[in-house]
Design a protein around this ligand. Structure first.
Ligand code: PNS
Length: 175
């Protein structure tokens, strides 16, 4: 990849619909994710929310469960489509004619890696990344932290949508 050259067909010069992608593991979706999804859905005509299938990281919820929860909590957003993908995020973008990836940034510590991914994705396919600063209410929140707190009996009701609280409780009860 020659980064001194602009990628072959820069996303900004292609005739993309105003379509964006929020990719992630969403294991499970948190109020922080939902805040970013809500805000991105206001900024774009169409928004894909896509669960990355990572075979080496099965997670607590399987793909169908994660997508079900996402569909449930995004039901009020008519321009949001919940989907999934395996492989590169930019390949999902190419297939669905998406020119922009939207990511939430919770803290400076997120930024290092997010910047690397954004630069790589631009270099690979000319796909842009827009960063939305996370609402400070959610800046400490992650799916992993929520799962850990729930596992040890802590109250997670302020951190994930109500439907997800119920699912998490049921899953941990069954475990
Ligand atoms: O919710 P997460 O786990 O922080 O999401 C990370 C995700 C899925 C956005 C990232 O790992 C990703 O884009 N994976 C897809 C594979 C890929 O494209 N890797 C190269 C990134 S530059």
């Amino acid at each position: 990849m020659d980064l001194t050259q602009r990628p072959e067909a820069p996303a900004g010069e292609r005739d993309f619909a105003r379509r964006a992608l929020c990719p992630g593991s969403f294991d499970p979706v948190t109020n922080g994710h939902l805040d970013i999804i809500n805000r991105a859905a206001r900024l774009y005509d169409e928004l894909f929310v896509a669960v990355f299938v990572n075979p080496s990281k099965p997670g607590l919820f399987d793909l169908d469960e994660r997508m079900e929860m996402l569909r449930d909590v995004c039901a009020h957003l008519p321009n949001v489509t919940v989907s999934s993908f395996q492989g590169l995020t930019v390949d999902f973008c190419r297939t669905h004619d998406v020119g922009v990836i939207v990511k939430g940034v919770r803290a400076v510590s997120d930024f290092d890696y997010e910047l690397q991914m954004a630069q790589m994705n631009y270099g690979l396919a000319g796909v842009e990344t827009f960063f939305l600063p996370t609402n400070p209410l959610y800046s400490f929140l992650s799916s992993s932290l929520v799962k850990d707190v729930a596992k040890w009996g802590g109250d997670i009701s302020g951190h994930v949508p109500q439907q997800v609280v119920a699912r998490l409780m049921a899953r941990l009860r069954d475990a």
